[in-house]
Ligand binder design. Structure first.
Ligand SMILES: Cc1cc2nc3c(=O)[nH]c(=O)nc-3n(C[C@H](O)[C@H](O)[C@H](O)COP(=O)(O)O)c2cc1C
Length: 207
């Protein structure tokens, strides 16, 4: 991937949901995590922590914990008997096939300000990771599946009660044959406004 500028990487990066079975080296992951940690943060300590799901045995356990959590959360309630087994198998097979997953967490704070700062910093860390990975032909899917809010799941994968999961990052090499998805954005004028116009619009709405 030829990337000449930060701006180009920001615009071209896409979420990659297609998996390849190419192994991801821990050297690459360590390097990407080191780069990610140059994200801005506003606390005494860097707020990010990462649990790595890489070894085959860890992956088996991780997938079991996801499936148990989905059962606990009644995720399958809307499936009829005929489709239930297929849906469960599809989910399990997907998570088993992901070459490497990172569980990225931030501390949970009661203070709204401190919580925002922790979530904001760890989100910046994740985006750094996605961009740096993209530059090395490594694809990432940032996932916020329901299990991340399940305290029993968190505990089962080693996340303490004082921390929140900001994302599960599914990581897989981008191979040449993969079709890179396209993604469009609204034009700037659709989500920007001058302060005075916004205030006028709000007061009109209140009339
Ligand atoms: C906070 C956050 C949570 C996300 N959770 C999921 C998820 O659970 N499953 C998924 O497939 N993609 C998830 N994504 C990826 C988005 O769907 C994706 O970024 C979006 O469609 C835009 O595509 P792009 O990343 O290729 O620009 C998440 C992204 C963010 C920022």
């Amino acid at each position: 991937m030829d990337i000449d500028s930060i701006e180009q990487a920001i615009r071209e990066r896409r979420t990659i949901r297609t998996l390849s079975n190419q192994a991801i080296s821990m050297e690459d992951i360590d390097e990407l995590l080191t780069s990610s940690s140059y994200a801005p943060y506003h606390s005494k300590e860097e707020p990010w922590e990462v649990i790595i799901v890489n070894a085959a045995q860890d992956r088996q356990l991780f997938v079991e914990k996801i499936m148990e959590s989905y059962d606990r959360l009644n995720t399958w309630a809307h499936y009829d008997q005929q489709n239930l087994a297929t849906a469960k198998k599809r989910t399990r097979d997907y998570f088993l096939a992901v070459p490497l997953t990172l569980i990225v967490t931030a501390p949970t704070h009661e203070s709204e300000k401190m919580n925002l700062e922790a979530v904001g910093a760890v989100s910046a860390f994740i985006q750094n990771f996605q961009l740096a990975a993209w530059s090395k032909q490594i694809g990432v899917t940032w996932r916020t599946i329901p299990v991340i809010f399940d305290e029993k799941f968190k505990q089962a994968v080693g996340v303490t009660a004082e921390r929140q999961i900001i994302g599960l990052l599914d990581i897989s090499a981008i191979d040449e044959t993969m079709k890179i998805p396209t993604s469009r954005r609204k034009s700037v004028d659709q989500w920007t406004a001058q302060l005075s116009d916004k205030i006028a619009e709000m007061s009109e709405g209140n009339e």
